[in-house]
Design a protein around this ligand. Structure first.
Ligand SMILES: NC(=O)C1=CN([C@@H]2O[C@H](COP(=O)(O)OP(=O)(O)OC[C@H]3O[C@@H](n4cnc5c(N)ncnc54)[C@H](OP(=O)(O)O)[C@@H]3O)[C@@H](O)[C@H]2O)C=CC1
Ligand SMILES: O=C(CO)COP(=O)(O)O
Length: 316
């Protein structure tokens, strides 16, 4: 059986999809409202929880299962796993989060390996809005697991009628694609919010993808992974849809409107983390630098765009 740990939008959507096949435990740290109303009104309104889902706040009950999907934000992942390290010993842990840790520069697969070395670690990533999955719309994701046999088992276990899962052993590539596309989505949102137009967005997506490939090469990821669902696929979705919170943060920055600071926006911390790694390693990441400047208030969109346009001319 599969348990989903984390009662946010994505965890709830995955539980709803998996419940088509077998019973699922959905653990949340505040489960009461969801358990009572059979709906995650706060994070995924309008999606009824099927009977096959048991909502619980009892982590010991949820961790009894073999396959544990962990859907908490990346910056909380290490603390969450370390806080229950004994219970996670020897389990199969699939991180369902996207980002790079601010304190270490590590992605989710590395965080699992460092905190629970006895676990089999994997990542589930790719272009998918929680609401689409929960509504049963067709979605394709990437399951990355360094151990191919374990990856194949997870691929079978997690595929549902509407969730088609591809697999790879390149965990570094999969985690970087999912993390870095959020930074580019903030840049694209900012350009659109400031009225710079769709041609500017296409340029940012393309040159942002070049930054993603550069960063991934630095981490010895397979370039082919970046061209797949977890990289190019998710970049396309996130940079073009107002369903994306990263894109919406960018829109707010670009248009000078308010944004609810309690929203989960993985790209904000990831931009800062990437920028730090890039500076330390002399990696050329101008869009990431511009997004970091927008986020810390040291740049406005006009000067951020000027900083990109005024760089020395180069070959593509
Ligand atoms: N939403 C989407 O469409 C998709 C999201 N993702 C990824 O999924 C991950 C989670 O995002 P999402 O579900 O959307 O976010 P939400 O903001 O909807 O929910 C985050 C959840 O994480 C819980 N949480 C936060 N910190 C902790 C902690 N320390 N211990 C336990 N639980 C914690 C929150 O609990 P509480 O409610 O109690 O605060 C909340 O239930 C992100 O990395 C995101 O990039 C991936 C694909 C699609
Ligand atoms: O990762 C996602 C889509 O694949 C969700 O995007 P946001 O976190 O920007 O909402």
């Amino acid at each position: 059986m599969v348990s989903v740990l984390g009662g946010g939008a994505f965890g709830t959507a995955l539980a709803i999809s998996l419940a088509q096949k077998s019973p699922v435990i959905l653990w949340a740290r505040a489960p009461e409202d969801m358990a009572q109303n059979r709906e995650n009104k706060a994070r995924l309104p309008g999606c009824e929880l099927p009977e096959a889902i048991t909502v619980t706040g009892d982590l010991a009950l949820a961790i009894k299962d073999d396959i544990l999907l962990v859907a908490v934000p990346l910056q909380s992942l290490r603390g969450f796993l370390a806080g229950h390290a004994d219970a996670f010993t020897g389990k199969t842990i699939v991180a369902c989060c996207k980002g790079i840790e601010l304190s270490t520069g590590a992605g989710p697969a590395t965080v699992i390996a460092e905190t629970i070395p006895s676990a089999t670690s994997a990542i589930l990533t790719g272009p998918s809005f929680a609401a689409d999955i929960a509504r049963g719309l067709p979605t394709a994701l990437t399951l990355a697991c360094a151990e191919d046999a374990a990856g194949a088992r997870l691929q079978q276990a997690l595929t549902t009628a509407n969730l088609r899962i591809y697999r790879t052993t390149d965990t570094a590539g999969a985690e970087l694609g999912g993390a870095l596309k959020n930074v580019v989505a903030i840049a694209c949102g900012a350009a659109m919010g400031a009225g710079l137009g769709e041609s500017a967005r296409a340029a940012l997506m393309t040159r942002g993808f070049a930054e993603m490939q550069r960063f991934a090469a630095h981490r010895h990821a397979d370039p082919a992974t970046l061209s797949g669902l977890s990289g190019f696929g998710d970049l396309t979705l996130t940079c073009t849809s107002q369903q994306s919170r990263n894109y919406r943060l960018g829109l707010a920055l670009g248009s000078g409107s308010d944004f609810d600071a309690s929203t989960t926006v993985e790209g904000a911390a990831t931009a800062r983390a990437m920028h730090e790694v890039a500076v330390k390693n002399a990696l050329e990441m101008p869009i990431t630098a511009a997004v970091t400047g927008l986020l810390d208030g040291s740049l406005d969109v006009k000067s951020a765009m000027a900083s990109l346009l005024n760089r020395p001319l180069k070959e593509e």
